[in-house]
Design a protein around this ligand. Structure first.
Ligand SMILES: NC(=O)c1ccc[n+]([C@@H]2O[C@H](COP(=O)([O-])OP(=O)(O)OC[C@H]3O[C@@H](n4cnc5c(N)ncnc54)[C@H](OP(=O)(O)O)[C@@H]3O)[C@@H](O)[C@H]2O)c1
Length: 276
């Protein structure tokens, strides 16, 4: 079954399955991204912080640019107007492309007025260097302020969502504002695999727990970006179209009571824990 698409406010079509590339580096990372592209993946999720733009650039070399959907992200400590423009230019150079399909604010930074970051994204859109703009790790309170401030259409919020972290309020808020949600860590980095409800639903459908987790997210209207370096997992993660979870399955997964957040969306915490 081919990968399906969701329409963004610009009219661009975003593939609802992408390849997450954090930690995909070096020759092994390059091989994984090339394998995914050969298999039919067309949407690649990268970021300045992943330090793998060159690898992604090498993997997409020689492919029709229009067939690809490339997302990258500007780090939270480069959100002043000129810095956003500079990071975008550097990213384009590293990726060997003229434009990004989607450029996201990787993390909110309360120390930089949001308006100037959004104005810079607007400028990049006007220059044709990015086709769509959005945010990542914006929780409901921040998203509400952001949509009030930005003069540009908000295409996307990339956040942690999986069966062990439903984030119902955030999904509903994004839906209300026609913001597409990209679910990162869609497999909870493997933690969904032994969740009894997921295992039971997977057995019922003759599918794997990974496929059930991804399918649940698709049926919640999310785009999914699982990461894998293994060919069999990449293939398995593509087989999420052409079958459905029924209402009973969806309700059972909605009702999972575990609440396991793997990545802290708070920038100050991010600074201390991940970047110290
Ligand atoms: N915006 C943000 O702040 C943010 C934060 C975190 C992540 N992300 C993005 O989201 C992407 C995905 O998140 P993630 O990489 O943290 O976690 P994930 O996709 O939930 O899990 C990745 C792990 O699952 C394994 N896996 C993948 N498919 C599998 C399958 N079918 N069966 C068994 N194991 C499987 C992979 O191992 P194998 O290689 O062995 O398959 C890998 O260890 C990232 O790569 C990144 O692009 C964004």
């Amino acid at each position: 079954m081919p990968i399906r698409f969701v329409e963004l406010p610009s009219g661009d079509m975003m593939p609802t399955l992408g390849l997450g590339t954090s930690t995909l580096k070096g020759e092994e990372g390059l091989e994984a991204i090339r394998t995914a592209l050969e298999m039919g993946y067309r949407h690649i999720d990268t970021a300045d912080a992943y330090d793998n733009h060159e690898i992604v650039g090498r993997a997409i070399e020689g492919r029709e640019r229009e067939d690809l959907f490339i997302t990258s992200k500007v780090p939270p400590d480069y959100l002043h107007y000129d810095e956003v423009l500079q990071v975008c230019d550097a990213s384009l150079l590293e990726l060997g492309t003229d434009y990004l399909d989607l450029f996201l604010i990787h993390w909110p930074n309360p120390n930089v007025p949001m308006k100037q970051t959004f104005d810079a994204l607007g400028e990049l859109m006007a220059l044709g260097k990015i086709r769509n703009a959005g945010v990542s790790n914006f929780q409901p309170h921040r998203l509400r302020s952001a949509v009030g401030i930005a003069d540009i259409p908000f295409a996307n919020n990339q956040v942690e969502v999986h069966p062990l972290l439903y984030q119902r309020e955030l999904l509903e808020l994004c839906h209300e504002h026609s913001i597409v949600v990209t679910a990162y860590c869609p497999l909870a980095r493997g933690k969904v695999f032994d969740e009894p409800v997921i295992v039971r639903v997977a057995e019922k459908h003759g599918r794997s727990p990974a496929q059930v987790s991804l399918r649940w997210l698709l049926q919640k209207g999310c785009v999914v970006i699982p990461r894998s370096r293994k060919e069999e997992h990449l293939r398995e993660n593509m087989e999420i179209y052409g079958w459905e979870l029924d209402d009973e399955d969806m309700a059972a997964i909605d009702g999972i009571e575990r609440h396991e957040r793997l990545v802290n969306p708070n920038f100050e915490e991010f600074r201390r824990s991940d970047r110290a």
